[in-house]
Design a protein around this ligand. Structure first.
Ligand SMILES: [Zn+2]
Length: 291
């Protein structure tokens, strides 16, 4: 049981300021929402100013790594070459690739092609071909702070059908971001993304979602993109999470590779696309940390 903070006590957030001059109003807003029946975030989901600064630096490296991949990715290249670029760039910039050895993941990046939904494992034998759509998902640890974002790349001449899937998925991120507002429930974001995907004839993967990030690779909250409006945890300034819908051309059903235990595929073999943005909730709305 936490001792109730007095108004003149030092705030729980680590700012060193008096509670009444710091998070008292913040907590008051959340308590009011809680009384209305909303789920409110735990304090460990609210990053301090210092933590946000550290996470922002990590995110800058994540962006630089993806920029480096963007410069080199092309047909004829193996996915292992992408792994090398990510690994070497991360180390050069002073970071650590978060996926490497994470729960046994063997490489420094996830590279997922066409019907691979996510968690594709780089391989010397897997060669990018003209017409492929490829997700490169980069996660970095820098000074102990975690960042995570991913992009889609179209290799050579991609069919109109696949190009549209990639574009709509990217557009859905902005549709979701438009619903990232402080003191509003997170479900509005997932609902907006789902509605946009469905309007375009696509489905959204239900079994895997996004997550809080920053002090750990994967933190609360779990983030779904198939939610109902006005549901889910309340967004509060200082929360950091990923928006990373996996949007499928066909069924939303997926399965995990039973040999490598990681790679997720669409059940019907139709393509899947994913973009991932790492977002901070602010007093005004949101700030994109990594994309
Ligand atoms: Zn405070």
């Amino acid at each position: 049981m936490l001792k109730k903070l007095g108004r003149n006590d030092v705030c729980w957030c680590g700012s060193g300021k008096k509670y009444k001059l710091c998070h008292e109003g913040f907590d008051g807003k959340l308590q009011k929402l809680k009384r209305k029946g909303y789920r409110i975030p735990n304090r460990n989901m609210i990053k301090t100013k210092k933590q946000i600064e550290g996470i922002r630096e990590s995110a800058k490296i994540n962006i630089a790594i993806l920029d480096e991949v963007a410069k080199h990715i092309q047909a004829g290249m193996s996915t292992e070459e992408i792994n090398r670029i990510v690994h070497e760039t991360t180390i050069t910039l002073g970071g650590i690739p978060a996926p490497l050895d994470y729960e046994g993941f063997p490489k420094s990046v996830c590279v997922s092609i066409n019907e691979e939904v996510c968690h594709g494992i780089p391989d010397e034998e897997r060669i990018l071909a003209d017409g492929d759509i490829v997700n490169v998902d980069v996660s970095t640890i820098y000074n102990g702070y975690f960042s995570d974002s991913s992009r889609m790349f179209c290799i050579g001449e991609v069919s109109q059908e696949k190009k549209k899937l990639v574009d709509i998925t990217r557009e859905s991120i902005q549709i979701g971001l438009d619903e990232v507002k402080p003191w509003q429930p997170i479900g509005n974001m997932g609902h907006a993304i789902h509605a946009y995907a469905m309007k375009n004839g696509y489905t959204v993967v239900r079994d895997i979602g996004g997550h809080g990030v920053g002090l750990e690779f994967h933190e609360d909250p779990c983030v779904s993109y198939v939610t109902k409006p006005d549901t889910g945890v309340i967004l509060a300034p200082g929360m950091i999470f990923t928006i990373e819908p996996m949007i499928n051309m066909g069924t939303d059903e997926v399965f995990v590779d039973d040999e490598n235990g990681w790679t997720v595929y669409t059940d019907d073999g139709k393509p899947s696309a994913q973009w991932e943005v790492m977002v901070l909730v602010t007093e005004e709305g949101y700030e994109i940390l990594a994309y």
